[in-house]
Design a protein around this ligand. Structure first.
Ligand SMILES: Cc1cc2nc3c(=O)[nH]c(=O)nc-3n(C[C@H](O)[C@H](O)[C@H](O)COP(=O)(O)OP(=O)(O)OC[C@H]3O[C@@H](n4cnc5c(N)ncnc54)[C@H](O)[C@@H]3O)c2cc1C
Length: 520
């Protein structure tokens, strides 16, 4: 094995979604900035975001209303200071995005706002039903035009380097070769971990790498029990792909109704806001209806929508048609799936983690802005607002003094075929168990069964390799364990975390955030 390369920069941004692109663009004004992405640069959850981005920009709206809706959805666990920043700084950040060239839909020359579940106002800006793609395009083009960020795709970060208690960079794998990056600030913008669940809407990159990297390096993680399950993903029976296609909340926002397999509408019996109740409530109602009717799905009925469905939801229309469902006529079979992670690496309001020189932003970070349940379309806004703020803070990082020599990654490229296939089959078994025991409803027995399974398979962590797909499974094991432990610890039901054995909310734990740091 040849010696690994060492590359230096001022700022290292890991992840090319909305948080990473925002941070990298702003940091590049202050020094040499490198942006690294595990796959090609466009591949991120951001790219697949459909519904839109929320901001109080309408005449009859105000940040105060957006604040109230976010706090209500968060079910008593939101960090109110963080929410205030989100809703007050959000409009300015979205205007910047429009100035950069993001084209949101308009009506009669004005921005067209749609409504989504648990929003009291129409405040969601959208670009058809492919809003994330439009945002990635605008940010990506600006970065390319400005030419100040070095873009490094197809490179997986495998370990953060900590010296004297500070993060000074990371180890990576690029073209199967070890590479080391050194910087005065490292920013994790690695997105979520939906791939931990066998039913999920996330792209394959979403394996929780950032959480594992930070936790293994000694950073604190928090609120790991809170995974959001999207109520409506396209149900295709046994033809289930690795990521399941999402039917955006905006479809219900425009008036679509949920019906059980007998064609009966059920949401009004679960919540006064019916189909527009918060996500956790709709997801659980669907789950309960599926159990009652012994079915694998319910239906979404668009027949009463007063708009041109093909124009407003072109991506959904096309994808459903491929599955021989004409949404202008047919009910869409839908079921819940893991979608978003409210937990993550603990940060302050400026993206600073508990390790000096290490920052986190976007879905991988947790500063409590979404509480126990994220309000629809607040996630893109989170990446934009806090990606901007962390860039301000990270740009002030001073040069590293007294850098010790770097211990290089010395791992073999390959492992034997039997170990390799054993680890990949463990991955599927883990995802199935996460869905069975740590998903929409949980209880002590299920979570303990899951933890035993994880414990029994922990020897996979000792496998030394530079193969990204194996390292991903190791990361998934670590994040799954953190989720199961946190879910076991929270003996109440709140937001997206529902315990069958503790179905009530316990108000003494209202502002309780479960935090974990790796024992030294
Ligand atoms: C189908 C779908 C629809 C959605 N719709 C909406 C919506 O309408 N509105 C809304 O607000 N939110 C929506 N969300 C949620 C939202 O898209 C995400 O939360 C948000 O885009 C996350 O942005 P991010 O920058 O944090 O991470 P991502 O966009 O996921 O980007 C993560 C980046 O990190 C890189 N990465 C990961 N691990 C490593 C590693 N080890 N080494 C190097 N690079 C790594 C990846 O390659 C990728 O570039 C949706 C999500 C999905 C999946």
């Amino acid at each position: 094995m040849s010696d690994p390369t060492i590359i230096s920069a001022d700022f290292l941004v890991i992840g090319s979604g909305i948080a990473g692109l925002t941070a990298a663009r702003k940091l590049s004004q202050h020094g040499k900035t490198i942006l690294i992405s595990k796959s090609h640069l466009r591949e991120s959850a951001t790219q697949y975001a459909q519904g839109g981005i929320a901001a109080a920009l309408q005449k009859d709206d105000a940040p105060k209303h957006h604040f109230d809706d976010t706090i209500n959805a968060g079910d008593g666990l939101c960090n109110e200071e963080a929410v205030k920043i989100l809703v007050e700084e959000g409009p300015e950040r979205v205007r910047e995005l429009i100035e950069l060239g993001a084209k949101f839909d308009t009506k009669d020359g004005e921005l067209d706002f749609t409504k989504e579940a648990a929003h009291g106002k129409r405040r969601i800006l959208h670009a058809g039903d492919a809003t994330g793609r439009e945002i990635e395009k605008a940010l990506g083009s600006a970065i390319l035009n400005e030419g100040l960020v070095s873009l490094i795709p197809n490179t997986m970060i495998t370990q953060l380097i900590i010296q004297n208690g500070q993060c000074i960079g990371c180890h990576a794998i690029q073209n199967q070769m070890p590479v080391t990056y050194i910087a005065k600030a490292t920013i994790l913008a690695t997105g979520g971990c939906g791939q931990l669940y066998s039913h999920n809407t996330n792209p394959p990159i979403a394996t929780g790498d950032g959480i594992t990297l930070a936790y293994q390096a000694g950073a604190t993680v928090q609120d790991m029990e809170f995974t959001q399950f999207h109520p409506t993903t396209l149900y295709l029976g046994d033809k289930k792909p690795i990521s399941i296609f999402l039917i955006s909340e905006a479809v219900r926002g425009e008036g679509a109704l949920l019906r059980n397999i007998h064609g009966e509408r059920f949401m009004p019996t679960y919540h006064p806001d019916a189909e527009l109740a918060p996500r956790d409530i709709v997801a659980r109602a669907i789950f309960s209806e599926m159990q009652k009717t012994n079915a694998q799905h319910v239906y979404l009925d668009l027949s009463q929508l007063k708009l041109d469905i093909q124009t407003r939801f072109p991506t959904i229309y096309k994808r459903c048609l491929e599955a021989k469902i004409d949404i202008t006529r047919d009910f869409i079979p839908v079921a819940p799936a893991a979608h978003y992670f409210m937990g993550g690496i603990q940060t302050d309001l400026w993206g600073q983690t508990t390790i000096p020189r290490l920052f986190a932003g976007g879905e991988v970070a947790c500063l409590g802005v979404h509480g126990a349940n994220r309000l629809a379309s607040n996630s893109l806004l989170d990446g934009l607002v806090f990606g901007h703020r962390l860039a301000i803070k990270a740009s002030q990082s001073t040069a590293i003094k007294n850098l010790n020599s770097i211990i290089k990654q010395q791992k073999p490229n390959t492992i034997d075929a039997e170990t390799h296939s054993g680890i990949l089959s463990f991955k599927q078994a883990l995802r199935d168990r996460m869905w069975q025991y740590a998903a929409i409803v949980r209880d002590k027995m299920g979570l303990e069964t899951l933890l035993n399974f994880i414990q029994k398979n922990k020897d996979i962590l000792s496998v030394q390799t530079l193969q990204p797909e194996i390292i991903e499974v190791q990361n998934m094991l670590i994040v799954s364990e953190l989720i199961a432990k946190s879910a076991l610890e929270r003996t109440e039901s709140r937001g997206s975390h529902y315990r069958l054995d503790y179905p009530q909310k316990n108000d003494t734990t209202r502002q309780y955030h479960h935090r974990m740091t790796k024992p030294k």
